[in-house]
Design a protein around this ligand. Structure first.
Ligand SMILES: [Cu+2]
Length: 278
């Protein structure tokens, strides 16, 4: 029953869901829409009844005593009960599940940092050692070091930093530590059902598990208006005059593809290092 009513979300034009928790949010969305449909139809009927009863048909019979029936009051109680049920029964447990109950970090967990700025996404990978190097505001150089990474700090030498390009392996728990360099942005992955404000001075953890690779996604959206366009990172918070072009790209790889990409990035880093020696 819960699932059946929640399936209304399939008809709401939502993006394809590509994360393990997404269907729960969609179901919740379905339930909220049922409540809204009931309220809309209920209030609409009430409005028309009122027009008929006290309006153009019955002008002479209108008295000044008002309504004596308690149906309206009971109706309001029913709505409050249903809203409380949605809030306590669904929304609060779901919020804790997808937002506050941080998963344990294991060897299998993918941890990355995302630093938003006007108007780009800097993606920071810990590299082979799995640990992030230190970053300092004083080292920030918009051309060569946008996040101020200290390559000489412990664990910093192998870190990988990309601009607007995020790769993740499929079916792996991902934790993103999100922050911002300037104003408030909002990190949004519509297909992953992830959206979180990026706030300067704060590191906000977000977590999800992708369940669909980019290749599978491209097959899934074939024939739709979205055809040919993979996952994107959108900024969902008006953050300045070029907010509209603050767009990143997310590729969900198979495990092998992901490791190959990491190797490639590590090689590029080495080549850059060689260049510096010259
Ligand atoms: Cu932004």
């Amino acid at each position: 029953m819960i699932e059946l009513l929640g399936n209304l979300s399939e008809h709401l034009g939502l993006p394809v869901n590509a994360s393990s928790h997404g269907h729960m949010l969609d179901q919740m969305n379905g339930w909220v829409h049922w409540l809204m449909i009931i309220l809309f139809v209920g209030w609409g009927i009430f409005f028309i009844l009122t027009l008929v009863k006290f309006g153009f048909l019955n002008k002479e019979k209108v008295d000044c005593e008002g309504v004596k029936s308690h149906a309206g009051t009971y109706g309001e109680y029913a709505v409050i009960l249903f809203e409380a049920f949605l809030l306590v029964g669904f929304a609060v447990p779901l919020w804790s599940l997808v937002k506050t109950d941080l998963p344990d970090v294991t060897d299998e967990t993918v941890e990355i940092r995302v630093v938003a700025q006007q108007f780009a996404w800097n993606i920071h990978y810990p590299g082979i050692d799995g640990k992030f190097g230190r970053t300092y505001a004083t080292l920030v150089d918009e051309e060569v070091n946008p996040i101020g990474l200290d390559r000489s700090s412990p664990h910093g030498a192998d870190d990988i930093v990309t601009l607007n390009q995020m790769h993740l392996p499929v079916n792996k728990q991902t934790i993103i530590y999100l922050s911002s360099k300037d104003v408030i942005h909002s990190f949004s992955l519509p297909e992953m059902r992830v959206k979180q404000d990026a706030i300067p001075g704060m590191s906000t953890p977000i977590f999800f598990t992708p369940i669909m690779t980019t290749d599978e996604f491209l097959l899934e959206i074939k024939g739709s208006a979205r055809e040919g366009k993979g996952f994107e990172i959108a900024c969902a918070q008006l953050c300045g005059n070029s907010h509209y072009r603050m767009r990143g790209f997310l590729t969900i790889d198979t495990e092998e593809e992901y490791n190959a990409w990491l190797d490639e990035e590590a090689e590029l880093l080495e080549e850059e290092g060689d260049d510096d020696d010259w």
